[in-house]
Design a protein around this ligand. Sequence first.
Ligand SMILES: Cc1cc2nc3c(=O)[nH]c(=O)nc-3n(C[C@H](O)[C@H](O)[C@H](O)COP(=O)(O)OP(=O)(O)OC[C@H]3O[C@@H](n4cnc5c(N)ncnc54)[C@H](O)[C@@H]3O)c2cc1C
Length: 384
Amino acid sequence: MDFELDKSQIEIQKAAREFAKGEFDKDLALELDQKHEFPKKIWQKAADLGFIGIHFPEEYAGQGMGILENIIIADEFCARDSTIGSAVILASFASECVLRFGSQELKQKFLPPVAEGQMLSGGAFTEPGHGSDITSLDTAAVKDGDEWVINGTKTFITNGGLAGFYCVLCQTDAESKPSYRGISMVLAEADRNGITCADVGAKMGIHMLATAEVNFKDVRVPAANLIGEEGRGFYQVLEFFDESRILIAAQALGIAQGAYNRALDYVKQREQFGRKIAQFQVTQHKLADMATKIELARLITYKAAWNYDQGRIDPKLTSMAKMYAARTAVEVADEAIQLLGGYGYMTEYEVERFYRDAKITELYEGTKEIQKNTIASAVLGKIK
Ligand SMILES: Cc1cc2nc3c(=O)[nH]c(=O)nc-3n(C[C@H](O)[C@H](O)[C@H](O)COP(=O)(O)OP(=O)(O)OC[C@H]3O[C@@H](n4cnc5c(N)ncnc54)[C@H](O)[C@@H]3O)c2cc1C
């Protein structure tokens, strides 16, 4: 058993930490958060330095690394700044659907612009009537000659309105029983006629990320835009979750680490009753609990990533990592605010933003209840 990162992973970690330290400016973060603006320049710089799509093969402008290297970057970026970090690591969201299942042509056309910071990507799975349950869908894609015609509405789509393309989950066979065997994944370029985006309203956190409703009205895409096999879309999206949930776990882990770091610095300088508040045992115990949770979250998240890279895909472990790291982010950020007292509630001290950003990790890519369902079904097996 070896719990050490190897030399190149340590270098990636150091490079990601230094990049984030140099670029994720606190005042800029506060400004972009208030303006709800995507950190475009930072994303492009991150791409120039190879931090986006590090897990893509070199022929698609990646570096041929694994998920572990990708999550090391996510951990470092989100620890430095929860919102800029989240925006940058999710700029390439769902591009892995193309990477894992797409044709050679789709990979060649769409992966390099994502890795090179020219294009954001999006995964359009959720619908107003189908959130946790995507076993049947209202969005339909119908074959017409050598094209697919897509009609329907997807909601809560990250990078909606900014992305260059969406991986759209569609019902392609309405008669199929069970219905999920009639679901396919189709790539729709964002500039196709008939695609429009609508506002989903104000949200609690991750303000720098666009979240939109994406509408498809008679949208025609070439038949070659089918990602993977017809009728396999539901299975493909589950496989994608085995990978993407580890990234969300790393996002949560970084947010927890960042909130903890700020609280640790603060308690060492703040004085009350003539003593540093770090000298109160209750403060020390809070820090001990926070540090322990972060250590556990990191162990399980890195293990899930390492397993994935070894080809040992384990949905149970992935769900455990996502569920545990997300809970850790929410609890640690909450405790960080507590340790900063009234200052923790103020925007300038950042931890309130980390707290707001933490909560989404318990919701998207499967809620914590859905993760528990996955874990429970794996531990129970078939009940006779
Ligand atoms: C900011 C943001 C960004 C998002 N980005 C994307 C994106 O890029 N692409 C995309 O496709 N989607 C995205 N989503 C959607 C997200 O994945 C869904 O919101 C999530 O899967 C839950 O679906 P729902 O909101 O419809 O809730 P529901 O499915 O209606 O769930 C409501 C409650 O019921 C519980 N519940 C549901 N089913 C079960 C069950 N079987 N057992 C126990 N409890 C259950 C849930 O856990 C939850 O507590 C995003 C959402 C947000 C808020």
